[in-house]
Ligand binder design. Structure first.
Ligand code: NAI
Length: 327
């Protein structure tokens, strides 16, 4: 039998954790023939709740689930880890300045990055879900100098899936007709969902919708979907966020389908004028277990402005964490 893959989930007792763990254990994260060991990391006050979730995982009798360990110590939780899903983060509370938010998250993601550096397996892959996801990923990456930088990624797959769903609904076509969607930039309200390179039934999406809808409805609806979910549900997106995390890691490990691409925030190599080193969302394919940025896309003037605005925000966040000594 194959050696189990160790998957560490932080914030395991939270909402996303609850939606995520059962899908990992059932084989949807890596593949239906890959056994997994789950390491759950929580803060001490939430360990008991994580234990309750572990009891339910036991009660599912998942054939692929080979073990569950629960920790409140990052060092132990990332020992031998192959896939790290960093979900737990410090949310912004009322009146909190951005600097305070970044500093509080630095206190979480720097030690976790160090624990990954010191103890994770050589093939470690990291997906940061906890917000501000791109910058938290940057902090963790800088705390892990011995791990190849490209192994640190942040999640924009939920935005990507939201963009596909909105476009399919507008054009009343099956979701499978939509290919080559891209989210550029930051996982924030400045993100840019690009319909000028997306295709519907093989034709450019932007040519099949009117410009007013594209600019005044589509983009803000995708960018503000998280807030709309909170407004409707009274809680933030959880099952859809967990689903996107599953999609991101599954594609990273198993490859993206031929003739399509997806969106992920990965360290920039300078492509499309996005400064090297920042963790920005790009159009990406996954080949042989690695993300590659799709090259040669046309960026029109409108797209350029949108991408630049989101990248400017990422640069501000980077400079802020730099001045806090976090990177
Ligand atoms: P939640 O508040 O329900 O759960 C977060 C959990 O993290 C809590 O159980 C908490 O105890 C734990 N936690 C806090 N600090 C920790 C630490 N240092 N180590 C381990 N665990 C720790 O939050 P929810 O709804 O599960 O969301 C988690 C994060 O995901 C939030 O930051 C949210 O903003 C973000 N998010 C990101 C999305 C994306 O598309 N990138 C989409 C939706 C949410």
């Amino acid at each position: 039998t194959a050696t189990p893959v160790t998957v560490t989930v932080t914030g395991a007792a939270g909402q996303i954790g609850y939606a995520l763990l059962f899908r990992i254990a059932s084989g949807q994260l890596l593949g239906a023939d890959v056994p997994v060991t789950l390491n759950l990391l929580e803060i001490p006050q939430a360990v008991k709740a994580a234990e309750g979730t572990a009891m339910e995982l036991d009660d599912c009798a998942f054939p692929l689930l080979r073990g569950i360990n629960i920790y409140d110590d990052a060092k132990k939780a990332f020992e031998g880890c192959n896939v790290a899903l960093l979900v737990g983060a410090r949310p912004r509370t009322k009146g909190m300045e951005r600097g305070d938010l970044l500093e509080a998250n630095g206190g979480i993601f720097a030690p976790q990055g160090k624990a990954i550096n010191d103890g994770a397996a050589d093939d470690i892959r990291v997906l940061v879900v906890g917000n501000p996801a791109n910058t938290n990923a940057l902090i963790a990456q800088h705390a892990a100098p011995d791990v190849p930088a490209e192994r640190f990624t942040a999640m924009t797959r939920l935005d990507h899936n939201r963009a596909i769903a909105q476009l399919a609904k507008k054009l009343n076509v099956p979701l499978t007709e939509i290919k080559k969607m891209t989210i550029w930039g930051n996982h924030s309200a400045t993100q840019y969902p690009d319909l000028y390179n997306a295709e519907v039934g093989g034709k450019i999406a932007a040519e099949q919708v009117d410009e007013t809808w594209l600019k005044e409805e589509f983009i803000p609806t995708v960018a503000k979907r998280g807030a709309a979910i909170i407004e409707a549900r009274g809680a933030s997106s959880a099952a859809s966020a967990a689903n996107a995390a599953i999609d991101h890691v599954f594609d990273w490990v198993n490859g993206t389908p031929e003739g399509d691409w997806t969106s992920a925030a990965i360290p920039s190599d300078g492509s499309y004028g996005i400064p090297e080193g920042i963790i920005s969302s790009f159009p990406v394919v996954s080949k042989n277990g690695k993300w590659e940025i799709v090259q040669g896309l046309e960026i029109n003037e409108f797209s350029r402005q949108k991408i630049d605005a989101s990248v400017a925000e990422l640069l501000e966040e980077r400079d802020a964490v730099k001045s806090l000594g976090l990177i």
